[in-house]
Ligand binder design. Sequence first.
Ligand SMILES: C[S@@+](CC[C@H](N)C(=O)[O-])C[C@H]1O[C@@H](n2cnc3c(N)ncnc32)[C@H](O)[C@@H]1O
Length: 233
Amino acid sequence: MTTRTAQPATLTTTRTRAPEDDLEEFDEHPVRGRFNSAFFWVMGGYINRHLHQRKSATFADLPPTVVELGAGVGANMRYLPAHARLTAIEPNPFMHSRLRRAARSWGVELEIRSVVGERIDLPDASADAVISSLVLCSVRDPDAVLAEIRRVLRPGGRFSFAEHVAAEAGTPTRWTQRILRRPWAWVFEGCSCERDLASVIQSAGFARVDLTHYRIHSPFLPFNTHIAGTAIA
Ligand SMILES: C[S@@+](CC[C@H](N)C(=O)[O-])C[C@H]1O[C@@H](n2cnc3c(N)ncnc32)[C@H](O)[C@@H]1O
């Protein structure tokens, strides 16, 4: 793992639409929003211990300027190159102060865009790389988000992802995902453990998709089945 020392970071927040414009795609909840921010801040190290090996391969060799969907509290800053510039698409305002704190400690130049992945306010073909982790489970419309990622990527640009997905049908993990789907989604702001995100990404019209399925072993059983990979626009 790359270790970098804390450096001053440039920090800006952009909100180009009124908050109510995004209500359809993101339900801003004062209690769950704060809870999720604190949860991922406290549990980030634990989650990353399970995902680090795949993430470090998937997010290797990123360019200096990166767009991240659902950046949360900054779990992926450690994978950015030194002095990187990160445009964070993060609709939960309760994530923002911790995200800024992470940017300062990793020396990342951060711009937060308080919009949803379904409507990214960046020009066509303007990004070299888009990344996400544990986000496509939570967005309202994964197909729309994938279409937006393709739109903002320049031809040949990469979308690198590490996401959790539905387990194989008929397995105990899949049954657990079904049984717990409602409380899980309530606690984690709409997160679904039942999505076949590999198919969603593979059918999104990218020129090439390389992905791998893998399993982690955590007590959070519905969360244990994952994919990681890269799609080229
Ligand atoms: C489970 S957290 C993961 C955060 C971070 N990527 C990580 O790996 O720790 C999901 C994140 O996606 C964000 N999110 C939810 N719906 C979204 C949407 N429609 N567009 C973009 N981000 C969204 C949430 O606010 C939250 O920060």
